[in-house]
Ligand binder design. Sequence first.
Ligand code: PGA
Length: 261
Amino acid sequence: MKRKPFIAGNWKMYKNASEAVTLVQTIKAAAHTVSDVTIVICPPFTALGVVSKILTDTAIQLGAQNMYSAPEGAFTGEISPTMLKDVGCRYVILGHSERRQYFKEDDILIHEKVKTALKYSLVPIVCLGETLAEREAKKHFDIVKTQFDECLARLEKDDMAKVVIAYEPVWAIGTGKTATPDQAEQMHSYIRRLLNERYSQEVGNRIPILYGGSVKPDNTKSLMEKPNIDGALVGGASLKAESFAQIIIEAQQTHEAGINS
Ligand code: PGA
């Protein structure tokens, strides 16, 4: 049986607090009939507090887009895992390609962040993915394997079992270019194989692997039909309640059709 679908919205650096309130209220209303999808919303830090309050009586979970690898300290401008927990976060996106590209985060730092998140009971959504040049040079599997090994593979098995992985080819993020369902599935099954080999079949079977990169309502079904694609990390289309809700509904329907077929 397929894993429970998992849809996360990454709002990036969009929406001030009042815009966030309007958006999350509309998402909440639109998704209230959905029971079989894990839904996570990741607003900017400044909107976490207000969004958290609106989500208290719902099954929708709160996530952050980044955090630092220490619980507290003299780290001007950073946010700690305990602060995220305090405001109601259960998830945190780590290693997003925009963090790697614009803020020079490397696999070593990301690994530290992943370990700290787990230590403070946050679920890390760890992003892996190759650039266009790396894919054209046919290095995409090697790149993702290195990212996997450096960011994750030294975790204890119990910790690893709690992680969520997002495969996000950099060339598909915000470009309107989605990986084809077959391209995405190939990489997802490769990551699943790494999990099986490095950890165990049980860990491999359990971990949700999300696809990210120009996911929209009209490509959700064809992606989610693939056996190793468990959900999506959605950027642009999560900024509009209608498209985000439609992605969630597509994910639920595709899952139900898979169970019943
Ligand atoms: P996109 O972003 O859906 O706008 O391509 C995905 C992401 O960056 O997580």
